[in-house]
Design a protein around this ligand. Sequence first.
Ligand code: AMP
Length: 219
Amino acid sequence: MSINLILLGPPGVGKGTQAQILEKKYGLVQLSTGDMLRAEVKSGSELGKQADEIMKSGQLMPDAVMLEIIAARLQQPDCEQGFILDGFPRTVPQAEGLDKMLAKMQKKLHAVIEMQVDDGVLVKRIAGRFSCKNCGTVYNDFFRTPTQENMCDHCGHDEFNRRPDDNEATVKDRLAVFHQQTAPLIPYYQQTGILQAIDGMAEINNVTDAFDTLVAQYS
Ligand code: AMP
């Protein structure tokens, strides 16, 4: 059976890290809207130019644009195996649009996983974050450095990326945006009965164990 999940939580809580683990372990597809927008920025498209400005400011892209992007992506055949939405929805209108879209596609959301963490920890998590330029594996100066210095554990590559919006000033804006615009999704999904909370402050392995228990409920 395929499982469709949403990872919900503030920037830096570890949604991307856990989504990558779930993708490898269970063959689910990670749908990171942030990654999709960064690819647009890199390609130099009109959408990318708009996204670049907004992302640097820590604000959100318009709901209609994000709904269009995600609708196109969910129609790709690889999503049949199950998907993990990472960074989407981020507002109540996005969640409402997603509900309508999934109903039309006769797809179901199995669980929304709220990853909880203190804001204080997040700044460190985000400011220390970097990833492998080749395979995207995520590391952190404070919490998870490559086993061998300057070499990716996963693919052996020696070049890494830091996101331009991962700086202290932007992080504070992104956290404020999360509390104002994304946190209302918690009561939204609570009402539907599919919301489950996970302690995002735990060690990565413990968070992964909590996900395994959760996924087992739906397999
Ligand atoms: P992320 O990689 O998920 O932290 O996203 C980086 C940035 O991309 C965010 O700060 C927003 O500017 C933009 N973004 C990503 N996903 C969305 C979304 N669902 N709605 C609006 N903006 C988004």
